[in-house]
Design a protein around this ligand. Structure first.
Ligand code: TXA
Ligand code: MG
Length: 333
């Protein structure tokens, strides 16, 4: 048997607002092809969620382990209900409060969704994204779209079309470009299949927001890399740039030792004595920081960074999702 070719496509980047762009994307998706599409969180790599053949191309293009399930994107509660076998009252309350938006709900899966989407598990994650381009493509398709983040497995998620091309160029036929993503980090993943709703992956919909709708909500304990993963995105090393990434309380700690391949990501300006490395100042609020973080990590990769040193984030629940991503990006280095 021959291996699939690494670069079977000449990847086209099309402006999402160009005439016919959404129709072109829907046409390819209807032919079991992959299209990278913007969502409000990060760019996703979409395929027809009903088609095992189409979804297998996602795993191939990303180099994603078959044991890591995909989120199914829908344009309505009705479409979500076709993908799941149960719709508890909590799902009704949450979708009323947060959909369309960055919240993925894990529920028992329906027969419409093939096993490859859920890594053979009995549950499926569903989310209605808010981005008008993704919503437009879903409406043209009329079927749900399985879409992980449009990066190679374990790398940093893309928040701009060029990040997708850096990682998946040659592996997919089309990227719709709608500029930078508004949120910048992936959705909150909430498991509704247990006794207590449990956050499997923190995101911009916070524990407090979920508790205000549901009352009791828990956060999953730290994942291990050895036991069976409830949500494989919880494996410790994930969301990583190519360079080694370290977290430290003092962003100027590298002063005097930094060379031009050292990159500092901080929430304050470089000190006047700063020399050597590249200093990236990000906003000092969680929303602003989230919006810029992945773009900055991609820029570090593009610049050939050898070491990325990120200033520790403040305490406080509003930084939880970002702390989670940076801890994973720095794990095992
Ligand atoms: O914001 C997002 O969620 C983006 C955009 C494109 O929608 N998507 C995204 O997908 O981040 P992905 O595949 O990169 O991450 C999906 C996460 C993984 O941690 C996966 O393990 C978890 O959701 N997941 C998916 N289905 C699951 C299931 N049935 N049970 C538990 N975890 C699940
Ligand atoms: Mg991902």
């Amino acid at each position: 048997m021959t291996e699939p070719r690494e670069q079977p496509f000449s990847t086209e980047i099309q402006a999402a607002d160009a005439p016919g762009a959404l129709g072109r994307a829907a046409e390819l998706l209807g032919q079991a092809q992959l299209v990278a599409l913007p969502t409000e969180t990060v760019y996703g790599l979409a395929a027809d969620a009903r088609s095992a053949g189409a979804v297998s191309r996602i795993f191939e293009a990303k180099g994603r382990p078959a044991g890591n399930p995909l989120i199914v994107h829908v344009d309505s509660v009705e479409m979500a209900q076709r993908c799941v076998a149960a719709w508890p009252s909590a799902a009704g309350k949450l979708t009323k409060a947060f959909w369309p938006g960055p919240l993925s709900l894990v529920l028992p899966k329906a027969g419409l969704i093939p096993d490859i989407v859920t890594a053979a598990g009995a549950t499926v994650a569903v989310r209605a994204p808010a981005h008008p381009v993704m919503r437009g493509v879903l409406a043209e398709c009329g079927f749900p779209l399985a879409a992980p983040s449009a990066n190679r497995s374990c790398h940093v998620s893309p928040t701009r079309a060029e990040h997708v091309v850096d990682q998946l160029g040659g592996r997919i036929p089309l990227v719709l470009d709608a500029g930078p993503c508004a949120v910048g980090i992936e959705s909150t993943v909430l498991d509704l299949t247990g006794d207590t709703p449990t956050i499997l992956r923190p995101g911009s919909i916070s524990l407090g927001q979920l508790q205000s709708v549901l009352g009791q909500v828990e956060t999953a304990g730290p994942a291990t890399d050895t036991g069976p993963a409830k949500s494989p995105g919880q494996l410790s090393r994930h969301y990583s740039p190519r360079a080694k990434l370290i977290l430290g309380s003092d962003p100027t700690a590298a002063l005097g030792q930094a060379d031009e391949t050292t990159h500092i990501i901080a929430r304050e300006p470089a000190p006047s004595a700063w020399q050597g490395g590249q200093w990236h100042q990000l906003p000092d609020d969680p929303d602003g920081f989230a919006k810029e973080l992945y773009n900055t990590l991609h820029r570090c990769d593009r610049a050939g960074a050898g070491l990325i040193q990120v200033q520790l984030l403040p305490d406080g629940p509003e930084w939880d999702a970002l702390r989670d991503r940076l801890n994973r990006a720095s794990a095992g280095v």
